[in-house]
Design a protein around this ligand. Structure first.
Ligand SMILES: C[S@@+](CC[C@H](N)C(=O)[O-])C[C@H]1O[C@@H](n2cnc3c(N)ncnc32)[C@H](O)[C@@H]1O
Length: 318
């Protein structure tokens, strides 16, 4: 699917949301009125309306099918802590706990929605693993999440982006309908009017790395890595010769690159960034493999792409 058409769908959906309350059809439609929902709305004396105003975004619910798809896309497991930013009626928190066995937290600004969501959590049997609390996504800490789920608005995603990029490498982020500015997603799924994006938080690796075979001491070379989000590239210097990196990828903290050495042999490195260095294996095309450690020389390159967009200061009282 072409990016333009996906963004076109999202924009169409947003128009639906923006015009909600003026007798236009809203996409996505309200969630089904189940017996549990009826009982909870009765208990808390509150029925939310799709398209109703919220602090920074209106309330509308991600369709259940997409909730499950998105948690699946993020490869959610029982070991994960899932946080939903702008939790609405608790649909993501409940599904993460019930269908994926994860621990989950929903952060929601509207206190009435919080009460409704808490009732839905209790009634669905997710209590103990799922929680929904009153909070503000621009004030509260979500850095402990392994999986972040988001259905907000494009400019809100963009203003959360620097905090997401500061999270542990490998955190999975899924957003319904809206992307994250110029941070391209690692994956997306699209179906009719719906689209969801997945990002994997990349480690910071842009810089100069000295790679060495430690035991037995042997091969050494320098790698200059350039980085914008998860896109990396650069070159290898061996002795006084330089070779471009081929097919370099960064997936969380996993670094892979290849180069063709002076003898024309393809060498492929596959390793992981640890607290201090990158360790992994360099495999020659003829099958021989050696273990290498890369140590950062000097400081990481500046990463303007990981910084807060100056337009976002208003969300952080700046
Ligand atoms: C589009 S709804 C998404 C609800 C749910 N996450 C889902 O995907 O079905 C966005 C929710 O964010 C809430 N919200 C808006 N601004 C917020 C903020 N600053 N902090 C926390 N919640 C917020 C709204 O009240 C609304 O319930």
């Amino acid at each position: 699917m072409k990016r333009e058409s996906v963004m076109g769908r999202a924009a169409l959906a947003m128009v639906g949301l923006a015009l909600a309350g003026q007798a236009f059809a809203v996409h996505p439609p309200p969630p089904p009125q189940t017996p549990l929902r009826d009982a909870c709305e009765k208990e808390v004396g509150y029925r939310p309306k799709a398209g109703q105003k919220g602090k920074d975004a209106i309330w509308a619910a991600t369709p259940d099918e997409f909730v499950n798809r998105m948690l699946g896309m993020a490869r959610t497991t029982a070991d994960d802590y899932v946080i939903d930013l702008g939790a609405g009626d608790g649909n993501f928190a409940i599904a993460a706990a019930k269908r994926f066995g994860a621990r989950s937290l929903g952060i929601e600004y509207n206190p009435e929605l919080v009460k409704l969501a808490q009732c839905m959590v209790r009634g669905s049997g997710a209590e103990g693993r799922a929680r929904v609390v009153e909070g503000d996504v621009f004030k509260d800490d979500f850095s402990k999440a392994d999986v972040l789920t988001i259905f907000l608005l494009p400019h809100l995603n963009q203003c959360l982006r620097h905090r997401i990029l500061a999270m542990r490498p490998g955190v999975r982020v899924v957003s319904y309908l809206f992307s994250m500015g110029d941070w391209e997603p690692n994956d997306l799924v699209a179906m009719e009017l719906d689209v969801a994006f997945l990002w994997i938080v990349p480690a910071r690796v842009g810089g100069r790395w000295a790679f060495r075979q430690l035991e037995p001491a042997g091969m050494s070379f320098t790698v200059d890595l350039t980085q914008i989000y998860q896109k990396i590239g650069g070159e290898v210097t061996i002795g006084d010769r330089r070779f471009p990196l081929l097919g370099a990828t960064l997936y969380g903290d996993q670094v892979r690159f290849a180069f063709r050495d002076a003898s024309g042999v393809h060498q492929t490195f596959s390793g992981r960034l640890g607290p201090k260095d990158i360790t992994g294996d360099l495999r020659a095309a003829d099958g021989e493999s050696i273990e290498l450690t890369g140590t950062l020389q000097g400081a990481l390159h500046p990463a303007p792409w990981a910084e807060m967009d100056p337009k976002c200061g208003k969300f952080y009282g700046k």
